[in-house]
Design a protein. Sequence first.
Length: 398
Amino acid sequence: MSRFALVKTARNAMVPLMLACGSEAPTEPESGPTLGLAAPSTLSFRQVAAGGSHSCGLTSDGRVYCWGSNSQGEIGDGTTIQRSAPRAVATGLRFRELHAGGFHTCGVTTEYRLYCWGRNFTGQLGNGATPFSEAPNPVPLAVAGGRQYRQVRGGLEHTCALTLANEAFCWGANLFGGLGDGTTTQRMEPVRVRGGHRFRQLSTGSYFTCGVTTDDRALCWGKNDHGQLGDGTMTPRSTPRAVARGILFRQINAGAQHGCAVTRGNRAYCWGRNIDGELGDGTKTGRLTPRAVAGGLTFRVISAGGQYTCAITLQSRAYCWGLNLNGQLGDGTTTGRLQPTPVAGGLPLHGVWTGAYHACGVTTGERAYSWGSNEFGQIGDGTRSPPRLRPVPVAGAM
């Protein structure tokens, strides 16, 4: 997540519609002294995060800029005004890692402290606020508990993070056990994931979570109506459950209703929902256990988005597959693909991040690009609509 998805079409109505809140935001005014500042003419990004309908980027000097939908303050510039180009998050903090969720964003500071901003109705900001608040939180708020974290992942309505000791904590919505604490109780601040597992990496999707342990085992928990936990069943789990087949993975990613992972040998596998070909195995057949992605490519990193998936090969080339109604595959068309298809332009990317209907990538030269839906300015090129069918530079990027 990304990594979760928000689906506009009626045939996919089983996925929560995140774009139905509020109306079109007003045009951008001049910012006041306490609000986020406009991006300078050049920005060098080392990481970009694609959320529901917004995006955020982390610069090489630790500053965070966001753009796109902002109805819940997810851009973090002190307003709820939609932005079509990068806007500085209203804080003097410097960050080392960030992630964009549905309507919220979180980041780990250079001091390993965790802050979140945006929507908090299900407790996904983790600041212990009660009762649940409908009011946006447009500036960073410290996550409760005072722990030091090294990684954070924001899902549709929940958040998970890893401590410096590789312990997993989650908070927010927990209807299907996606927090992994053995309950289905919503949590307003971090709770420990049960099982005593040590994780190298986590990923949050739509009401489910997956992680890779320090010994390369894949575990998932939460909602499982499409087999997105990969354990061979469609039974929800409130504690971590091993992904079937015993394959050793080094990286995992949770999407809307599917999961994908890369093995030690750089092969990609996916499982779960496959109505739009998001598993990349050349079919539209759902899978309850990991299935190899077709094409024989070797991948370094994979990102599962809405009803699509993108990955970066060992040669730093981006490939995507699945739903493509908004150009989120970046191949210059709106044609869905059942197996990996090259992203247009052949950009050398070191990372790719998938949101609901758009994706972002960063080149080896730290230049940010986006493609797909642009209804809320989430592409970041200074425009809104139409969708971008191939990668375009983020405004202000170097």
